[in-house]
Design a protein around this ligand. Structure first.
Ligand code: PEP
Ligand code: MG
Length: 829
């Protein structure tokens, strides 16, 4: 082992003695001895070779474990943790081996400088008491070239004591539906990673590092199992509490109600219904074959480097998939691939691979062996949900090997209606193939709660899983009838059976068409009340899609989509054109266009919003508009240019009281007067802050209409962050607390003869529709494809019954109770 180590400058810029940095913790050497630099370059380079031992969730700091045992902590800027990741793009992951000079973190110096006290970057040796520092650089440094710090070990180096530090122990009952499977483990891992302490989960005599999803999967923890939690390190108590909370906060597995395999029927393939539907198609065999891999590598250093690069590229690709899914609103898909990202970064998998590489194996073979060993553990646990994660592990193996050696094969030959047949299917295989050609799925392995099943349900693809070896008797190109809902596939349909299946498919399609055909007609309840069913859109294409599905209007255009993903704000002319194109797509219908709603979870980089400790409670919605008056004026002017203004309704987000509304109306009047515009568009307020619901009668005096933003109103009423995945299962808009606020808002609106709509996701929840109607809501704005269904639902309801029952629902004590009662009252919903 090398005992003396030369660190190279991590950034270009002047060197600064540590005692001169404006942070008493670093200046007082409490984090260890070392040297700082004032960065003039924007890429943090590794000062030495080593393994990434820690990477802050916020990307502003990392620790490298150098080959001589030095723990090299690099902290970019002062107080930069507050930026919550803004301005930092990590290029490496925990467990990755890096070489000296390798780019580690890309830094947006301007953004960080604006939000932080200082950019000065500290490089300290956390276990510095075991080292001497014979050389410390002075003057101007060149990144990756100038010698920065010499770190010479005084003797044999032992790990820092704090790693063993204070120890806290506790117990937790795992409440996640299905136990500690991949997505809950990823949540636990996220919680553990935020702390310096090492946290372990102990179950059945086995221990797993809480930073390792793979290790946690290997424990085989089922729902309601009690586990021990042990945290060690300076912040052990906080880490323990966070991990316990993550373990015991229930999340839904997203699987279908336990679908049993149907009994064998002669001449049929029987399995578990993972996603319902009937289809006729041709089998496409997706046989897993193991790509041949080189046994031996080109030496440890080279293979480690290859693995590091491949990890980075696979990570990028998965992240792109997550981003694309999020843009489409496909949350089931984005959640699944986020879990894959955690698996890819798993320290246990990477450590096993690194060990194999050190023994001479090639990077690919080492990674495959590490994955396969874990697959065996999971398959042997006797827990169906965990066994179904084998497909996820093999999926990341495939993606990593593709990144290492290129895609092994051409895509499969697809037919117009392809039924994918495989031992098990990789989730990414489903999203890589063209959706239009995938008619169904039949797999030998898998289960109703596997990620392929979740995706199939989200994509509406009939899927039959866990069919056993029978599935693999299907030949490529063979025609079959798949009745996934019935749990059966007919591999050799005769002419009559084919005709019967096609007739059933046609009958179901006709039902859909009937809904679609009547979608253009108004939605009128059984007792004659007209409910407007509008659509939420981001652009003119969505608006056209909404019209094609029978939407009565646009109920919400979120204008933020025009402002994000770009370097500067759109011009007034650009905005007018975008708003006009939405109105033009509507064939005479009206459009509600919301003024810019940014801040909180919606970031617009060029606005340089200051970092906030509680963004959801800070500058967002109309508050941001008032803080950036030029931008607000530009948007209002652009809206006033739209023709005809009689079809435009302006909606204001995050209004807390009438004063803000009066101020905005005044500004619209001033701008219209300056522009010589005499007509005024209607002006409405979003009810998404509890105070707006409580003061709805005051708001309704000054507004033309009110629209409930149920996503935010739920977040603020229940005090549960809408972006917090661990709370996702509990953020339910049917909570009686929220229903009471909506009832108050409806009464307030009615007092002044104004209407109340709902444009949050609640309006798209069929169980919420009778409740909202009963509370006095007369407009529902939903996603375009749901318009026919929501209209058909409204037509099956009696407003009188909805009103009577809604009053009683307000007295229930939980969202579950409300859901249960609604299902009893309106079983057809
Ligand atoms: C809401 O909060 O319900 C809403 C419609 O606004 P957004 O989801 O854009 O915050
Ligand atoms: Mg909102």
């Amino acid at each position: 082992m090398t005992t003396s180590l030369e660190l190279l400058a991590p950034f270009s810029g002047p060197a600064i003695a540590l005692d001169r940095v404006p942070d008493p913790v670093f200046a007082g050497l409490m984090m260890g001895d070392g040297l700082a630099v004032e960065p003039l370059s924007s890429t943090l380079l590794a000062p030495c070779g080593g393994t990434v031992a820690q990477l802050a969730r916020t990307g502003h700091a990392l620790t490298l474990l150098a080959d001589n045992g030095a723990e090299v902590l690099i902290h970019i800027g002062i107080d930069t943790v507050k930026l919550d990741g803004r301005g930092f793009l990590p290029l490496v992951g925990v467990g990755e081996r890096v070489s000296a000079g390798q780019p580690l973190i890309e830094v947006d110096l301007d953004a960080v400088a604006r939000g932080a006290l200082s950019l000065q970057t500290m490089v300290v040796i956390a276990n510095s008491e075991q080292f001497d520092f014979p050389l410390r650089a002075e003057g101007l440094l060149e990144a990756g070239r100038t010698r920065f710090l010499t770190v010479a070990a005084r003797g044999a180096v032992s790990p820092r004591e704090s790693a063993g530090g204070p120890e806290c122990r506790g117990e937790s009952t795992v409440l996640h539906e299905g136990g500690l499977h991949a997505r809950p483990s990823a949540l636990v891992q996220q919680a553990a990673k935020a702390f310096a302490a090492e946290t372990f989960i102990e179950f059945n005599g086995k221990q797993a590092n809480a930073r390792s999803v793979v290790a946690m999967l290997g424990l085989g923890v089922a729902e309601n199992d009690a586990v021990a939690v042990i945290a060690r390190g300076a912040d052990a108590a906080a880490a323990l509490a966070a991990v316990q909370a993550a373990l015991s906060t229930r999340s839904a597995a997203g699987h279908a109600p336990a679908a049993a395999a149907v009994a064998k029927v002669a001449g049929r393939i029987a399995g578990v219904a993972a996603a319902p539907g009937i289809t006729v198609g041709q089998a496409v065999r997706l046989d897993a074959f193991d790509m041949p891999l080189p046994e031996r590598g080109d030496g440890e250093e080279a293979e480690r480097a290859k693995l590091g690069e491949a990890l980075q590229s696979a990570r990028r690709q998965i992240q792109q998939g997550i981003d694309a899914a999020l843009r489409r609103g496909a949350t089931a898909e984005s959640d699944i691939f986020a879990a894959h990202l955690s698996l890819l970064d798993d320290p246990e998998l990477l450590a096993a691979a690194a060990l194999d590489i050190a023994g001479g194996a090639s990077a690919g073979l080492a990674f495959r062996r590490a994955v396969r060993a874990q697959c065996e553990v999971l398959a042997g646990l006797g827990n169906a949900i965990l066994a179904e994660r084998v497909a996820d592990l093999k999926d990341i193996e495939r993606q990593l090997l593709a990144a290492l050696y290129g895609e092994p094969e051409e895509g499969p030959e697809l037919f117009e209606a392809s039924i994918l047949v495989a031992e098990d299917l990789a989730p990414s295989a489903l999203t890589r193939l063209p959706r239009a050609k995938i008619a169904g799925i039949v797999t030998a392995a898998g289960g109703a709660s596997g990620h392929v099943a979740i995706l199939a349900r989200a994509l509406g693809i009939p899927a039959l899983v866990a069919c056993g070896a029978d599935a693999l008797t299907l030949a490529h190109g063979q025609t079959l009838v798949l009745d996934a809902g019935a749990g059966l596939a007919n591999p050799q349909p005769n002419a009559a059976e084919l005709a019967a299946a096609r007739a059933e498919i046609e009958r179901l399609a006709a039902r859909l068409r009937a809904m679609q055909a009547s979608a253009n007609a108004p939605a009128i309840t059984l007792d004659g009340a007209a409910i407007e069913v509008a659509v939420n859109v981001a652009n003119a294409d969505d608006a056209r899609e909404g019209v094609a599905h029978g939407a009565d209007a646009v109920g919400l255009l979120r204008t933020e989509f025009l402002f994000i993903d770009r370097r500067e704000a759109p011009t007034e002319a650009e905005q007018t054109e975008a708003y006009q194109s939405v109105l033009d797509a509507l064939d005479g219908r009206h459009a509600i266009i919301r003024t810019l709603d940014v801040g909180g979870d919606k970031d617009v980089p060029y606005l340089q919003l200051p970092p906030e400790p509680n963004p959801a409670l800070g500058l967002r919605g109309i508050r941001t508009g008032f803080a950036y008056p030029d931008m607000l004026d530009a948007q209002l002017r652009a809206l006033l240019m739209v023709k005809p203004l009689s079809r435009l309704r302006i909606l204001v987000p995050m209004i807390a009281d009438a004063g803000e509304l009066i101020r905005l109306r005044g500004r619209i009047d001033e701008l219209a007067a300056e522009m010589g515009v005499s007509e005024r568009p209607q002006l409405g307020v979003m009810v998404e802050v509890p105070s707006a619901a409580l003061l709805a009668d005051q708001l309704a005096r000054h507004a033309d209409f009110l629209s409930v933003g149920s996503n935010d109103l739920t977040q603020y009423t229940l005090a549960m962050d809408r972006c917090n995945a661990t709370l996702a299962a509990r953020i339910d808009s049917l909570h009686p607390g929220l229903l009471r606020l909506i009832a108050i808002a409806a009464d307030g609106a009615a007092k002044h003869g104004k209407w109340l709509g709902v444009c949050g996701a609640m309006a798209s929840d069929p169980l919420a529709v009778p409740v909202l109607l009963g509370l006095g809501v007369t407009e529902l704005s939903v996603s375009p494809r749901l318009v026919p269904e929501v209209k058909s639902l409204v037509r099956s309801l009696s407003l009188r019954q909805c009103r009577e029952e809604a009053a009683r629902l307000l007295a229930l004590d939980s969202a579950q109770a409300v859901r249960g009662r609604v299902k009893e009252l309106w079983p057809f919903v």
